[in-house]
Design a protein around this ligand. Structure first.
Ligand code: GLA
Length: 323
């Protein structure tokens, strides 16, 4: 009898301990080495400390690692995860894996799509307004072209492209549309498709574009993020095209942009439209935890804004973005 009671008491203790365990969520990102994603993780950690939930950070460079990470989270008794997938077409598989494991899922940065390429509405998302932010890039470049009194006919534009990712296509389309709206000749725009969204692949893509179009006197460069534009800037430098003959504006504003904009001598990396890693890391996590705690489903789609940051206003922009 006594033994049975003890056993029951022990069982209750286990149950209570379990009920009192903090919520645990995963934060899965496609490129853990990229400063943007490290910032997102950093702000998710701030949220975890503040709100008292457990955070598991996992890098998911491919589909296989993504599926393994979801199973791993379930085995660790997590209740949900935030994800920026290595391929948005994994959307349905991710949703199925989450359901199977009873995990709630929200996406960040890259919106997950179904087999026909349509956004999966049942997965709440936070991303940037790609086209609008791309337009800010293009408008920033146009203003600088005008300030330098360049003749647009002499300027080549490199669009470092990664069109299989919808947000990447929206961003670079916005940038190019802003150039065209200001009278930039469509014939001077060169697509440079990158195989992966990092600086090395952008460098290789831009190098080919530069080799094939040696006729231009000046250059501008756009891409989906800072790494893309940095790649183009480095490729141009390799050919002697420097800050006075090139204007590159990226998107992101994390460490890569910060160190480039803080170099004693200006490079062709003219600026970056800074976006909010803080909101993406902190708020997605909090929204997910609230959802797990029965405090409402996160909004279906939140689009965040950006601010053009250059060497001239770096400190103010960081302050205004709270980063
Ligand atoms: C995509 C890009 C990242 C970053 C985020 C911002 O995921 O690959 O570099 O720009 O969007 O939302």
């Amino acid at each position: 009898m006594k033994r049975t009671l003890l056993a029951v008491a022990a069982l209750c203790a286990v149950t209570f301990a379990h009920a009192a365990d903090p919520v645990k969520i995963g934060f899965l990102v496609k490129q853990a080495e990229e400063p943007w994603f490290q910032d997102e993780w950093r702000y998710a950690e701030v949220a975890a400390k503040e709100k008292g939930f457990a955070l598991v950070k996992i890098g998911i460079p491919n589909g296989e690692k993504t599926m393994a990470a979801i199973d791993n989270l379930a085995a660790q008794k997590a209740q949900g995860f935030v994800i920026c997938a290595p391929d948005v077409k994994l959307g349905k598989a991710i949703e199925r894996a989450a359901k199977r494991n009873n995990l709630k899922v929200v996406s960040v940065d890259d919106r997950l799509v179904d087999g026909s390429g349509k956004p999966i509405e049942s997965i709440p998302h936070m991303g940037i307004s790609g086209y609008a932010i791309g337009k800010q890039v293009g408008e920033g470049i146009v203003a600088e072209i005008k300030a330098r009194k360049w003749n647009m006919a002499d300027v080549g534009a490199i669009r470092v492209a990664y069109d299989q990712l919808p947000t990447a296509k929206e961003r670079t389309t916005g940038a190019i549309d802003a150039l065209k709206a200001a009278g930039f000749p469509a014939a001077n725009i060169i697509d440079a498709p990158q195989a992966k969204t990092d600086t090395e692949n952008a460098f290789n893509a831009a190098n080919i574009a530069l080799t094939k179009n040696a006729k231009f006197k000046h250059w501008v460069a756009v891409g989906l993020n800072d790494e893309a534009v940095l790649g183009a800037v480095r490729a141009a430098e390799g050919r002697g095209i420097k800050a006075d003959n090139m204007i590159g504006i990226g998107i992101g504003g994390a460490k890569a942009a910060e160190s480039e904009l803080s170099k004693p001598a200006a490079t062709a990396f003219f600026g970056s439209v800074m976006i909010s890693a803080k909101e993406h890391g902190y708020q997605t996590s909090v929204n997910l935890v609230n959802w797990i705690n029965g405090k409402g489903t996160p909004p279906a789609e939140i689009l965040t804004k950006g601010m053009l940051m250059t060497r001239a206003n770096q400190a103010e922009v960081r302050k205004a973005m709270g980063q």
